[in-house]
Design a protein. Structure first.
Lengths: 484, 976
């Protein structure tokens, strides 16, 4: 175990062993120390687990665009909507959206063109992603069960419109365990502007053990990447060798305590947790230190750009984490809502879609396209499933200069990790108002992602208050058409 | 079903067959070839052939057998079909000709099927025999198989009986240090002080343990500890949750209610009744109203319930609301997962979808919301305020009379209010445009005796002609939209000043005789300053001000500009009867005509310059009295509010929602409970029943002494918290999907004791913690104890309780214990929760956690203000559950992040520093400090080896390193 500690001084470990000898009662104590690793493996809920079938993807990077990304202005080509520009949308006046009555039909604010070998139509909102359509599988018939941000966010993340259910990342780490002991298995990179609608519980463990909850990685380079990774600067003296001797003291106490309670594996696991924590103190700063990245990479992610840079940084961090064995990374492209009359802090463009999507478009476009390119050039795209989704779409009818919420249709896409590029699944109606062909929910997206990870979504379950709960509730079909 | 070939056409039916006997010939055939797919386990085509009733009832194609008619009997058609897809049995060889002939004969002979026991058993739904819905067994019935008298039964009787049946025995009793530590954390959630440990360890009194139990149960910290368990299953928090996670600043009353109820050992049946329908039983009792905070404790979506424009979304949000309420109530009290019947009949338990929605209709008139804690108290406060206000007015009048200070006209209108020009009523509400008040029509103002009337003026001269419109009210506060209260350099909203706002067009007639009673003067002067309260940047506007004494025009300023003022100083003769003030619009409409008078006063003309000594003394007294009254009015609290339930008397009718979809409604339901628990009738009224009556009926049904679930569920919860594991390991699921009790007889005995003890929780605690089972060691046993060794392999989960279970402190106990050890624990009880975050108001408020090192944040964790969307990172890392969930049992994890948090979190480091200070104060040598640190944190002295290890650590790095590591130690965090 000691080899994992470059800073670990041989002298101290001898001291500890000597002490242990006295305290723990001779050989038994030493044997106990040696057993700790095995005990840890036996009780560690994050130990790698057997999959249900061979996996294509080892890791997932999920890009979430909160607020409701407008599919009709971006991914979903609707020439009929453009044709009906300015014509009444709701002729009998019965439709009521979340916050408004429908205005007239409003075609895309950005022109659509065909791209790639597959000849897919994409709008000019995402010019860089448009060049990667041959790597992307689109699901155009996504729907949500709520038109409200809070419940729809919960649904997109956990499969339920209520809070309290485990998020997808929690389910994945519950189902697969962790590849790396050096880094958390499920990492979340919130938008630097703040938390998304619904807050931290979007990556909560719900009723799963708390070990499966997402660990928030601070993307501000001035702050430690993980909360409490190191003591606050008021306690700056707690660094280096003094920490090691404190920890040695703690572990000797713990080992003696455990020796008198042989068979209690929790105590061993807790001893191991402190060793893991020490390793995390080395690995987390290393994983988040971007100084070693080449100038070309930094440029690819536009790290220097004032608006695009922060999201580029999130995407680059996601790639580094996946490289180092993190199982599930969730990136938020947008924060919580506000009614302030300025660019909205997420995609919820009620008032002015050109202003707000016009701001967010290049951010998502640059970061996500860079991520796909970077993963591909490093040979990681085949084993990394990239998902991009929103909680719902936006209406084809105008709400002034903006668009209202549309739970009836939106687009999500996947790339890499065993998916087929240049394809699509499902269709919306001619206006993009409702899913028409092969309607899908997050259940299907989740079932497909789990399938690629080697998990059968119907078998991945956990008992809670009377029900064997699943990420996909009682629904979900693997979308076979987009599998490679 | 398609029959391909008519069986009767087959030649073999010519064969002679003897009469068929069902039990000899037919039943074995059915058993062998049919029942696998058409029996108890599987019912393909919804058909069962294992019992008479089912067979003749048939499947989804109708009856399978028609006596006397093989052609009409699908069973016969299917076994004789030549179509491979049709013929039964589907696999293996078809039935032989002889077998088919037997069946033909049997059907033709009338299909006689004598019923045996198996037939009868198969007709019964075994789910109704489920253990948890059977009546609780009486002590006599439990004692008999053990050959004991009922009064000799105890917890240990049952535990020992099941242990010895397996050849095991209980572990020995734990030592006293272990016991007091275990008991303290269990009952009050805090570690015992080293001195108390010492006293207990040395106590020779054989009753020492029992006395300790009594002491802890009597501690107010008991309620603080056990409230946490109840709030976990009520999923209580101090914000709404969902997208706009707003504050519930008054939710804490309910948390305190739970603490106080537990401390008072309120009988559990009453505790439940109050929480469901306290407002119905005792609407004027504050605690009973607060109790209903239980029904509102869970999350609630403001956007879906209120903000959205879409009715469909509102229906969906309301459905979620009712589901949450009903689920919380039934899982917490009866341990039935009722929510599983929302979209379809319960898959495991015999509870129908209709029954689920019948429970909705009990709460159909109930919504979450703020309400006054006590209507009586609110009335009392309002009365008190009015009384004090009157007294103050009288005192001021007396002062005015004596001192000749004059009467402030603005104060004629009570409170911060105005006179409604349409009705003459006093109103606090700000109003806006009035275009339809008849002009020059006097409206009397009965509630202010000195004001005769108000009116909207419009000519005749010398009163100017006007638009006849009016804005807001005549008020003693700034008008609606008034931007400024300054005239010249004086801000008339400041202390010591008054304003009387008279937007154009308004007039008021004052009764001088009544006013003289108050001022004591005969001849008087009207003084004040008239001007505009409009914003500087508002458009130019003009207005007029006119004063009459009786019918005589005494003052008129026409076309007053927005930036002008006009001073009033008008003689009011002793004989005059009325004083009339009139504001008019200057001929350019009423826009921005925000006229007001600063400091309008009626001053007695003859200044009383020389007060007698007695008057001077009296005046001093009056001033003091006025000041006191002002203080008292200010000190009157706003009526207390609680986040609980608000109800409407006539609730909407609830309909079944197909597949749980609010847009797809089915049959109407009426308020009712579910029939699976059969202790009392389930009807709770009809759809005309008043809202409160429904809840009242439900609470009687739940707390009925014969309810088989309520008592069992509760005693099992207590057991769970005392042993770390319930007799039933799924404390909120006593249905078919839940666990079976490890000791069903013990569970029933405890449920019986609970009733005998008058539903007293403390009685049950004492029974449990004084048992030998509770007091056992928690170790896995040494080689000396072979039985224990065997038990580790046979019963490693310790269901038989051959030892106590070691437990990790939960997040709250751990935090509280750190504070107790550092000496900083702030024991202030009750009241609003402490906020360890900064709060930023926003569409979705922002909660940023902070760790300031100050006493209000050193309170016990039960008093934390709990935010739903933003859980406290320190707490949730230590497995504090998400309050969106109903949490009957905490899950414990062990993670590297926990190790980091406990080592490095500001709170831990600050408290380690406080512990250092404490040690430095309480001891005077390094060794003494180390030993004291062990005693405080671990309730024991340091061993020689530990001292040897700690001395160099402390020498090198100071006491801080030792303190920090002790509150990270396994021994600190685990209970034996």
């Amino acid at each position: 175990m000691n080899s994992a500690f470059p800073c670990h001084q041989q002298k101290r470990s001898v001291t500890r062993r000597d002490f242990l000898w006295e305290l723990g009662g001779g050989l038994g104590g030493v044997a106990l120390a040696a057993m700790t690793n095995d005990a840890h493996a036996a009780t560690n809920p994050l130990a790698a687990k057997a999959v249900h079938h061979p996996a294509k993807a080892k890791a997932v990077i999920k890009i979430f665009c909160p607020g409701g990304l407008s599919h009709v202005d971006s991914w979903d080509y609707k020439p009929e909507l453009a044709k009906r520009q300015g014509k009444p949308f709701d002729t009998d006046g019965k439709v009521q959206f979340f916050a408004s009555k429908p205005g007239n039909c409003q075609g895309s604010y950005w022109p659509f063109r065909q791209h790639g070998q597959c000849g897919r139509w994409m709008s000019d909102l995402f010019p860089k992603l448009a060049q990667r359509v041959d790597e992307i599988a689109f699901i155009h018939s996504m729907q949500s069960k709520s038109a409200l941000h809070g419940p729809a966010m919960f649904m997109a993340n956990s499969g339920f419109i209520l809070p309290g259910f485990p998020s997808m990342g929690a389910w994945v780490t519950y189902g697969l365990g962790s590849v790396s002991e050096e880094l958390p298995a499920f990492v979340v990179l919130p938008d630097p502007r703040g938390l998304p609608p619904g807050g931290v519980i979007n990556w909560g463990a719900g009723f799963l053990p708390a070990i499966h909850q997402g660990t928030t990685l601070n993307t501000d380079p001035e702050k430690p990447p993980i909360a409490d990774l190191f003591p606050h600067k008021d306690f700056a003296h707690l660094r280096g060798a003094s920490e090691q001797s404190s920890r040695d003291f703690l572990q000797t106490l713990n080992r003696a305590h455990a020796a008198e309670r042989a068979g209690n594996t929790e105590l061993e696991a807790r001893i191991a947790a402190y060793e893991l924590a020490a390793r995390l103190q080395l690995s987390a700063p290393e994983a988040t230190d971007l100084r070693g990245e080449s100038d070309a990479t930094k440029k690819l992610y536009s790290l220097e750009h004032e608006d695009i840079g922060p999201f580029g940084r999130q995407c680059l961090l996601a790639r580094r984490l996946v490289e180092r064995g993190t199982r599930f990374v969730q990136i938020y492209c947008g924060a919580e809502n506000t009614t302030a009359k300025k660019i909205r802090p997420n995609w919820d463009s009620h008032e002015d879609i050109v202003r707000d999507h016009g701001y967010w478009g290049p951010i998502l476009d640059t970061g996500a396209a860079a991520l796909l390119a970077d993963l591909k050039s490093r040979g990681l795209l085949d084993s990394t499933l990239v998902i991009c989704t929103s909680e719902f779409g936006r209406q084809p009818a105008a709400q002034g200069k903006g668009r209202d919420h549309n739970p009836g249709a939106f687009t999500a896409w996947m790339a890499g990790g065993g998916t087929k590029g240049g394809v699509s699944f499902g269709e919306t109606d001619e206006l993009g108002f409702k899913a028409a062909a092969d309607p899908a929910y997050c259940y299907d997206l989740h079932a497909t992602a789990l399938h690629l990870l080697g998990l059968n979504h119907e078998k991945l379950s956990f008992y809670n208050n009377g029900v064997q709960r699943r990420l996909t509730d009682v629904h979900g079909h693997v979308i076979k058409g987009i599998l490679a | 079903m398609k029959i391909v070939i008519a069986a009767a056409s087959l030649p073999l039916f010519g064969a002679q067959v003897c009469a068929a006997d069902f039990n000899r010939d037919i039943r074995p055939l059915l058993q062998k070839h049919c029942v696998e797919c058409h029996g108890e386990k599987k019912q393909k085509g919804e058909l069962r052939l294992d019992a008479k009733v089912h067979a003749f009832k048939g499947g989804h194609d109708g009856p399978a057998i028609v006596a006397g008619n093989v052609d009409a009997s699908p069973l016969f058609q299917r076994i004789t079909s030549t179509d491979d897809d049709e013929r039964m049995p589907p696999e293996g060889e078809p039935l032989s000709a002889a077998q088919i002939a037997l069946i033909k004969k049997w059907i033709e002979g009338g299909a006689v099927w004598p019923e045996n026991d198996a037939d009868k058993a198969a007709t019964m739904d075994k789910r109704w025999q489920h253990w948890s819905v059977q009546a609780v067994k009486a002590a006599s019935a439990l004692a008999e198989p053990l050959g004991l008298k009922p009064e000799l039964l105890s917890i240990d009787t049952f535990i020992n009986a099941s242990l010895s049946a397996k050849g095991f025995a209980m572990s020995p009793e734990a030592d006293r240090r272990t016991l007091i530590r275990r008991l303290s954390f269990d009952l009050i959630g805090l570690p015992p002080a080293p001195e108390r440990v010492e006293r207990f360890v040395r106590d020779n009194d054989p009753q020492a343990y029992g006395k300790l139990v009594d002491e802890l149960l009597a501690s107010p910290h008991y309620g603080e500890r056990w409230a946490r368990h109840w709030l976990d299953i009520a999923h209580y928090a101090d914000t709404h949750g969902f997208e706009r996670d707003q504050l519930r600043p008054n939710a804490w009353h309910y948390r305190d209610y739970v603490i106080d109820s537990l401390n008072a050992d309120k009988p559990y049946d009453r505790f439940i009744r109050e929480q469901i329908a306290g407002d119905v039983f005792a609407s004027d009792d504050a605690q009973s109203v607060i109790a209903t905070g239980f029904l509102a404790a869970g999350p609630w979506d403001f956007v879906g319930n209120v903000e959205t424009q879409s009715d469909m979304l509102k229906r969906a949000a309301r459905a979620g609301d009712l589901d949450d309420m009903v689920t919380q109530l039934i899982t917490s009290t009866m341990g039935i997962t009722i929510n599983c019947a929302r979209c379809h009949d319960h898959k495991l338990d015999p509870i129908t979808q209709q029954e689920y929605y019948s429970l909705w209709s009990v709460f159909a008139g109930v919504k979450r919301g703020e309400r006054e804690v006590s209507a009586a108290e609110s009335r009392r406060l309002a009365d008190e305020k009015e009384r004090l206000g009157k007294e103050l007015a009288q005192t001021r009048t007396q002062i005015a009379r004596l001192a000749g200070e004059g009467l402030e006209l603005a104060k004629l209108i009570p409170g911060d209010s105005g006179i409604d020009m349409r009705t003459g009523a006093i109103t606090k509400a700000k109003q806006d445009y009035h275009r339809d008040i008849p002009a020059n029509k006097n409206v009397s103002v009965p509630s202010v005796p000195s004001v005769l009337s108000v009116f909207v003026p419009n000519g005749p001269a010398p009163i100017p002609a006007t638009s006849g419109h009016f804005w807001d009210t005549i008020a003693n506060r700034p008008l609606n939209s008034q931007r400024s209260t300054k005239l010249g350099d004086t801000d008339f909203a400041a202390k010591g000043h008054t304003t009387l706002a008279m937007h154009a067009n308004s007039g008021v007639v004052l009764d001088l005789a009544k006013l003289r009673e108050q001022t004591g003067g005969a001849a008087m002067r009207l003084t004040g300053l008239v001007g505009f309260g409009a914003a500087k940047e508002a458009a130019d506007t003009r207005a007029d001000f006119t004063v009459f004494v009786d019918a005589e025009l005494k003052f008129q300023k026409l076309k007053l500009r927005k930036d002008e003022t006009a001073a009033l100083d008008i003689e009011v003769p002793a004989t005059a009867k009325t004083l009339t003030l009139i504001a008019t619009d200057g001929g350019d409409g009423i826009s921005h005509d925000l006229l007001f008078i600063g400091d309008p006063k009626l001053i007695p003309s003859v200044a009383e310059t020389r007060l007698t000594q007695a008057d001077a003394a009296e005046l001093k007294k009056l001033h003091a009295a006025a000041q006191k009254l002002e203080g008292e009015i200010k000190a009157l609290p706003a009526p207390a509010k609680v986040y609980a339930i608000v109800s409407e008397a006539k609730p909407p009718v609830i309909k079944v929602q197909r597949r749980g979809n609010p847009e797809d409604e089915g049959a109407e339901v009426v308020p009712a409970a579910f029939t699976w628990a059969k202790h009392a009738p389930v009807a709770l009224g009809d759809n005309a029943a008043p809202e409160g009556q429904r809840r009242r009926a439900l609470t009687e049904w739940i707390t009925h002494p014969d309810n088989p679930l309520t008592r069992r569920v509760l005693v099992n919860r207590l057991w769970h918290h005392h042993f770390g594991q319930g007799l039933v390991t799924t404390p909120s699921d006593f249905g078919l999907g839940g666990d079976k009790p490890s000791h069903p007889e013990l569970l029933d005995w405890l449920a019986g004791e609970f009733l005998r003890g008058g539903w007293s929780l403390k009685h049950m605690h004492k029974l449990i913690v004084t048992s030998a089972a509770y007091r056992q060691q928690s170790g896995f046993g040494s080689s000396r104890n072979n039985a224990a060794k065997a038990a580790t392999t046979v019963d490693s989960a310790n269901r038989l309780l051959w030892r106590q279970n070691p437990r990790r402190l939960d997040a709250e106990s751990l935090r509280d214990a750190v504070l107790a050890v550092s000496g900083k624990l702030n024991l202030e009880r009750g009241g609003p929760g402490f906020r360890d975050f900064t709060y930023t108001e926003a569409y979705a408020p922002i909660y940023d956690y902070i760790t300031p090192d100050k006493p209000e944040l050193w309170r016990r964790s039960i008093y934390r203000f709990i935010v739903r969307t933003t859980p406290h990172q320190f707490m949730s890392t230590l497995d504090c559950p998400d309050p969106a969930n109903l949490t009957p049992a905490r899950v414990n994890t062990i993670t590297a992040l926990q190790a980091l948090t406990l080592s490095n979190n500001d709170f831990m480091l600050q408290q380690a520093r406080h512990l250092v200070t404490r040690l430095e104060t309480e001891t005077n040598s390094r060794e003494a400090a180390i030993r004291r640190a062990f005693a405080l944190a671990l309730q024991r002295d340091a061993t020689v080896a530990e001292l040897q290890a700690a001395m160099p650590l402390v020498a090198e790095q100071g006491l801080f390193a030792l303190c920090r590591m002790l509150i990270n130690a396994n021994e600190f965090i685990y209970l034996d």
